[in-house]
Design a protein around this ligand. Structure first.
Ligand SMILES: *Cc1c(COP(=O)(O)O)cnc(C)c1O
Length: 804
């Protein structure tokens, strides 16, 4: 039976009245929007906490297996709307507020985004909490309670500035702290080993403790009994060091406590790039040790032994960031439970699974052995032993192949290699799209694929589609209900029923009306919050994602500049008027990405100041792209720019949000774009650029951008134009980079991208054709739901069954 969904208006009004009175001693009529937000959040939290308790009790009752999903990032965004939606409370809450002349939509605006992540990876983890809850899979996410999430972005004269994201004052209502369940995490110090004739003892001396205090939030499933938990660890100093203080070492006593608490202070703002700092290593071990300590404690209290851990628990390592959970579990099994290495290793292997998220070498995590040893002395010893055993095992499969063995080992070149720990120990290794899962077998993990091919598998990413459809796009949701019935709300595969209407003129024109209305709503919102005016009758062509050379926003900018020059030279040409919308944060230390932002902003300003061009071409840069912006933008988007160099984007999930909302993908055959084009039909996307094997061949033979530039007059003209610049601004750094190294082969794909943009205009002009393409995308987006992805993980990797 599904609980919590049947409240009458009267009952819900009573609930809200009581909550407001208890929290703020105020009644509904006098409460501010913020107080209503807090009260509603507390009501939802309370219900979810109860429901979770029952769900977990049922899980233990059924001897069920649970999933623990470890990730340094959970990009949750807002929670109120999706919580009310999933609990079936949106309607009744709206009715109650209307009586007081309040709008639920205004209440939602009170909530800050929980930005505990950088981009796709963190958002994926958040989507999987939603998917697990909906699929009735008992799941817990573990991460860090960053005091400051991803920075807030300001753009000042084209240049990105970062502001601290102090989200807890508004976001903290979703969290409940449990200091009684704190876990001690030990850093630094030395290890003393002794043998008493029977047992081997390991003692960690002179360590410094950090206390991990958990705070929990809950994620509701849709029309299900499941509720996921997200447990976030906050670093606290273990009580003030009174001894140092009394000895007159005031400074050192205070520094000790500040250092401990620094661990959960701020999220590292790098996407697809490592930051080899000690603080980051401490964060990683802090998350790993606190989570494993918690899992072991729970399991022991239930079963009294860790022997059956792999039967009752699946632990997922999302990218290599939480890899240290693996040697940490080994440590507990060896040092605290007294198992042999063989036994401990067997339990650990059967418990852990690993997902790889990138093949780019700058994102492959390796830690300096000296720093590692000093910071985590016991974990280092375990890694040394893992390395010995790993080398011995590899020697049996690849006798005498020193090169291969050195490359695959846990330690090498003075570094601890996180991906090799995962590949050696975990029972499952997966990529995040079909293409990416093939690439890891053929490139980065090729030798491990030869060693243990049975471990390798694929789970294509998925999104919490109700957030981007039911919650974000009521217009389209209504149209779908009218045409295919309500089944798609629980089962995304039912979207396929829409395909029947691909030649239905009425449905196609209703679809166009929905998109047009959403464009108007977005344009109004933009005007209200930024003052920028855009014309909703122009095509909305959108590229939103992190700013990165491999994602090639500069390729998009080059096309815009080429189009600008074309319009200047052909003022009477009949062009499809387009509005290009960008949104992206750059890592604060990523100079080239910041230059790319400047280029796009300055192009926008140049065009804005040119009355002859601005009717036909506009560029807007949205400040501070985040989950909430994405929810506003997707319903209004018509073209989804997914233009990474083939072989670099592991999957992408933004591409799926666009598809679901009826945008046509203008993209390369990279990541999940391949599967998107396959699902919707290639004729319903606009595909351009080199294929992955062509990219690899070009690299092998030696890539020289000059050849491509010299063969394409338009490319040469655009580069010269940007190099010259305007209004005292020049873009010579980007141009130089593209002329000389062009690491992501922008120039090699430029001409075909121009061709594709041109084809796109032709297709867009034919409204019948375009609307059909849009419909085919919506109808085939179902396989990209997180419900499906979680189901794949549960069946193929975690071996977990839903608790019904
Ligand atoms: C979905 C999402 C992403 C991922 O976008 P990609 O295009 O797949 O890189 C990044 N940031 C936010 C805020 C998102 O919602």
């Amino acid at each position: 039976m599904i609980l919590n969904t049947r409240y009458t208006k009267k009952e819900f009004e009573k609930l809200l009245t009581e909550k407001l009175f208890n929290e703020f001693a105020i009644d509904i009529a006098s409460a501010t929007d913020e107080q209503i937000y807090r009260a509603l959040a507390l009501i939802a939290r309370g219900m979810l906490s109860e429901k979770r308790k029952r769900f977990i009790a049922r899980t233990y009752g059924a001897n069920g297996k649970q999933v623990y999903y470890l990730c340094m990032e959970f990009l949750m965004g807002r929670s109120l709307k999706t919580s009310l939606l999933n609990l079936g409370l949106c309607g009744v809450a709206d009715e109650v507020l209307r009586d007081y002349s309040m709008k639920l939509d205004n209440i939602y605006e009170q909530e800050p985004d929980a930005g505990l992540g950088n981009g796709g990876l963190g958002r994926l983890a958040a989507c999987y909490l939603d998917g697990m809850a909906t699929d009735d899979i008992p799941g817990t996410g573990y991460s860090i309670l960053y005091e400051y999430g991803i920075f807030k972005q300001k753009i000042v004269d084209g240049w990105q500035q970062e502001r601290a994201d102090n989200w807890l004052p508004g976001g903290g209502v979703w969290l409940k702290s449990h200091p009684d369940q704190a876990v001690e995490v030990r850093f630094d110090g030395e290890i003393e080993e002794s043998w008493d004739g029977v047992y081997h003892h390991v003692e960690h001396k002179n360590y410094s403790s950090v206390i991990a205090v958990p705070s929990d939030m809950y994620v509701a499933g849709y029309d299900s009994n499941g509720v996921s938990q997200l447990r976030l660890w906050q670093a606290k100093a273990p009580g003030f060091d009174m001894d140092s203080f009394n000895a007159g070492e005031y400074g050192s006593a205070i520094t000790k406590s500040a250092n401990a608490e620094l661990i959960s202070k701020v999220l590292y703002p790098n996407d697809n790039h490592i930051e080899g700092k000690i603080l980051r290593l401490r964060q990683q071990y802090f998350l790993s040790a606190a989570s494993i300590g918690d899992i072991a404690k729970n399991h022991l209290s239930q079963y009294g032994t860790l022997e059956n851990l792999p039967d009752k628990v699946a632990i997922h390592v999302n990218d290599t960031h939480p890899t240290l959970a693996i040697p940490e579990l080994m440590r507990i099994l060896l040092d605290e439970c007294g198992y042999t290495w063989e036994k401990a290793f067997d339990i650990t292997r059967r418990t852990f699974a690993y997902t790889n998220h990138t093949v780019m070498s700058e994102a492959l995590e390796k830690w300096n052995e000296d720093i590692f040893k000093k910071t985590l002395p016991r974990i280092y010893q375990i890694c040394v032993e893992l390395d010995h055993r790993c080398r011995a095992d590899l020697e049996r499969t690849f006798p005498g192949d020193e090169g291969k063995i050195n490359y695959m080992a846990v330690l090498g070149d003075g570094q601890v290699r996180m991906a090799n720990i995962c590949c050696y120990v975990c029972h499952s290794i997966n990529g995040v799209s079909q293409l990416h899962s093939e690439i890891i077998k053929q490139s980065v993990f090729h030798d491990y694929f030869l060693y243990s091919p049975e471990k390798f598998t694929n789970v294509t990413n998925g999104i919490a589609y109700r957030r981007w459809l039911l919650a974000a796009n009521p217009g389209l949701t209504g149209l779908l209900e009218d045409t295919i019935g309500p089944g798609f709300k629980k089962d995304a595969s039912e979207l396929k029923k829409l395909e029947k209407f691909k030649a239905d003129k009425k449905v196609l024109s209703a679809l166009e009306d929905v998109k047009d209305a959403n464009k108007v709503i977005f344009a109004q919102h933009l005007k209200k919050v930024t003052g920028q005016e855009i014309d909703p009758h122009t095509l909305f062509d959108v590229q939103v994602k992190r700013m990165h050379e491999y994602k090639r926003q500069h390729l998009n900018a080059l096309n815009i500049a080429a189009q600008y020059l074309y319009i200047k030279n052909n003022p009477n040409a009949d062009v499809v008027p387009k509005t290009y919308i960008f949104g992206a944060k750059a890592a604060p230390g990523y100079y080239m990405a910041k230059q790319m932002i400047r280029l796009i902003c300055k192009l926008g300003a140049l065009i804005d100041a040119d009355p002859m061009v601005r009717e036909k071409l506009r560029v807007v840069y949205l400040e501070d792209y985040n989950v909430t912006t994405s929810e506003r933008l997707m319903p209004a988007s018509e073209v989804s720019e997914q233009i990474s160099l083939a072989g670099t984007e592991a999957s992408g999930t933004g591409n799926m949000k666009f598809m679901l909302n009826g945008a046509v993908t203008l993209g390369t055959l990279d990541g999940a774009n391949v599967e998107i084009a396959e699902a919707a039909g290639r004729e319903n996307e606009i595909i351009f650029g080199m294929l992955t094997p062509e990219v690899n061949d070009l690299k092998r033979f030696g890539y020289h951008p000059s050849g491509f530039i010299n063969n394409c007059p338009e490319a040469a003209e655009v580069l010269a134009f940007l190099e010259r610049g305007w209004g005292g601004e020049s873009f010579h750094e980007i141009v130089n980079n593209l002329r000389t190294s062009d690491p992501y082969m922008v120039m090699a794909d430029f001409a075909d991208y121009r061709r594709a943009q041109n084809d796109l205009s032709g297709l867009y002009r034919d409204r019948g054709v375009w609307n059909r393409m849009s419909l085919m995308n919506i109808a085939n987006a179902g396989i990209f739901s997180a419900d499906r992805a979680v189901n794949d993980y549960a069946r193929d990797i975690w071996h977990v069954k839903p608790i019904k």
